[in-house]
Design a protein around this ligand. Structure first.
Ligand code: PEP
Ligand code: MG
Length: 595
């Protein structure tokens, strides 16, 4: 038995067989039953045959135009038959009972290490050829199996996913009825995927460093999100605890609380809405008693998008999005649904839309060496066709409910004006088609310090603000929220964060526009009480956090919270702030909030 400690980000305890996903290499590693080994080897063989045909075909085309380059492909064809490549991978499948993709990757890693040692630059360059060939083999292995979701379907039993990292787009494709929980090497508490785990109600641990190397596919593991522990080869006691996990109780009588509106002990109404990633989460939001959807992260729509290269005009995509938005609005009516337009960066867009013309042209790898800049609204403004499709679908859907459109990652008034002009353009196009659409409130996320510092100016341009503390904290404190080496510096109670929140909410109030807060901070009951003290009355959070928030707020008076906030705003250190917060909010709450 071995116990690995990480950061528990979603509570609950489950057991299952480990499935390993190495996302950086896009390779899933799982155990193959003896009866399926021949099938696996057949896949490997088929992949080699298809790769050979493709290489011969490319070679013939290249030879016509650039005969001197054709020999490059001769080298790859020779490698395809090298006993160190496919036959070696075959041995790995047979001996280790692992899937073919993983075996091919193992072979490549072995080659890679050897090439790195070679002094001769010509020979070192050959590593690129091997990488190219291995990439081709893996691509062809995926044919008919396609995505990790499908690969996970091949896994026979209930499993626990162990990954180096798990991006939200991949997490969105996992069949969570099969995968009971997950653990990742990377990450922190506000890691997007951790947020997702909480909204899916899947136990999860992040920040385990090297669990994906340590755990072998098929190992029996117990994942205890509440105790932040992954147990490899568990004993009967841990297995029994996991078997009784259905008895897990979050500590509040959610049933009784969930249909009552949230109020403080002295009767101040607090509006609690839900953050969701999938249209299917609407049920969870309604069940939790959410008063609306405060944040729908629409970029999840792009994962698994049906966009095909033969749909250049975007018409089927507009229809697909329209239907999804419409069903959400109808499902939530008369409550509001705030749809945030796509918040992806270029790499994410590339991985989701592949070669589709709507995705626009790509910058080269070097040009986009920095991954910070082109994201959210900024990216949408550089992809007008894609953006127009989304805006038209949204405006059409607005007829069926209470829609609000929100732009992410805004840093200037110019961007807001540009985006509003794009909405006007979408509206004009719909009018040309004879479609009349109602007015829709337009708001922005305040999640970049520049936006916070110009909140008074931005407030004149929009109908509402939503403070996104997940990003605001990372950009304000210069801490990458997914980097575990600095994640301990990611601190919502930093005096700078509290001040910036006060500044934004004052700017909104002066202009009489609504302001809510939708970062993970709001899901933490202790921090929520402080935010109420700072003057905020609207929040959007993971649906599962809503019942707890209601219970906690009902116990506290708003005037006491305001005084608490006033005292806290004068304190210079996080430690003192935390101590002061604990004087009002019980220790048990604080502990529970940090899982
Ligand atoms: C935020 O930044 O606080 C936010 C809610 O957006 P996301 O976590 O999706 O970036
Ligand atoms: Mg954000």
């Amino acid at each position: 038995m071995q116990r690995l400690k990480g950061i528990g980000v979603s509570p609950g305890i489950v057991s299952g067989r480990a499935v390993i996903l190495i996302q950086r290499a896009q390779v899933l590693r799982y155990r193959i039953a003896t009866s399926r080994i021949e099938h696996e080897l057949q896949r490997l063989d088929d992949s080699r045959a298809v790769s050979r045909e493709q290489l011969l075909d490319i070679r013939a085309r290249v030879a016509q135009r650039r005969p001197e380059l054709a020999s490059l492909f001769d080298a790859q064809l020779l490698m395809l038959d090298d006993p160190m490549l496919v036959p070696h991978a075959t041995d790995i499948v047979r001996e280790q009972h692992v899937n073919a993709e993983w075996a091919v990757q193992q072979v490549f890693d072995g080659f890679s290490a050897v090439f790195d040692e070679v002094a001769d630059p010509y020979l070192r360059e050959r590593k690129g050829d091997v990488a190219d060939l291995v990439g081709r083999l893996r691509m062809n292995l995926r044919q008919g199996v396609a995505m990790p979701r499908d690969l996970l379907r091949e896994v026979d039993e209930a499993s626990v996913l162990i990954a180096d990292e798990l991006t939200p787009s991949l997490a969105a494709q996992v069949d969570w009825t099969k995968v009971r929980g997950f653990a990742t090497d990377a990450g922190s508490r506000t890691y997007h995927t951790a947020i997702l785990a909480r909204s899916l109600d899947v136990p999860a641990i992040v920040g385990l460093h090297d669990a994906s190397q340590h755990v072998q596919p098929g190992d029996l593991v117990v994942l205890d999100g509440s105790a932040s522990e992954l147990i490899i080869d568990p004993g009967p006691e841990d297995l029994a605890r996991a078997a009784h996990s259905e008895d897990y109780c979050p500590g509040v009588d959610a049933e009784a609380q969930r249909h009552l509106p949230a109020t403080t002990a002295d009767g101040v109404r607090i509006r609690l809405e839900a953050n969701i990633e999938f249209p299917d989460d609407l049920a969870a939001a309604r069940y939790a008693g959410a008063e609306g959807i405060g944040l729908y992260r629409s970029e999840f729509l792009l994962a698994g998008s049906s966009l095909g290269a033969n749909e250049p005009d975007g018409a089927p995509e507009e229809e697909r999005q329209y239907e999804i938005y419409r069903s959400m609005l109808e499902g939530m009516a008369p409550s509001a649904v705030t749809v945030r337009t796509f918040d992806v960066d270029e790499d994410q867009l590339a991985s989701r839309l592949a070669q589709h013309p709507l995705a626009g042209g790509w910058f080269t790898e070097e040009e986009r060496a920095s991954r910070q800049g082109l994201r959210g609204l900024r990216l949408s403004l550089t992809r007008p066709e894609l953006f127009q499709v989304q805006l038209r679908a949204l405006l059409r859907a607005a007829r069926h409910g209470n829609l609000r459109i929100m732009f992410p990652f805004v840093s200037s008034v110019e961007q807001v004006r540009h985006a509003r002009a794009m909405i006007a353009e979408a509206r004009a196009e719909l009018a040309r088609r004879g479609e009349d659409v109602p007015p829709v409130p337009v708001g922005i996320m305040i999640e970049i310090p520049a936006a916070a510092y110009t909140a008074d100016l931005l407030a004149r341009e929009v109908d509402f603000f939503t403070i996104g503390t997940n990003d605001l904290i990372q950009y304000c404190l210069a801490v990458d929220r997914a980097d575990e080496r600095v994640s301990w510096l990611y601190e919502p109670l930093h005096p700078a964060i509290l001040r910036i929140i006060v500044m934004v909410s004052r700017a909104a109030r002066r202009r009489r526009i609504p302001v809510s807060l939708c970062g993970e901070m709001a899901s933490d009951p202790a921090l929520l009480t402080l935010l109420v003290g700072l003057g905020l009355t609207e929040f959007s959070m993971t649906p599962g956090a809503i019942p707890v928030a209601k219970e906690v707020l009902a116990e506290l008076r708003s005037d006491e919270l305001r005084m608490l906030a006033r005292r806290i705003l004068r304190l210079p250190t996080i430690e003192e702030i935390e101590r002061e917060l604990l004087s009002v909010v019980s220790k048990s709450l604080m502990t529970r909030s940090h899982l």
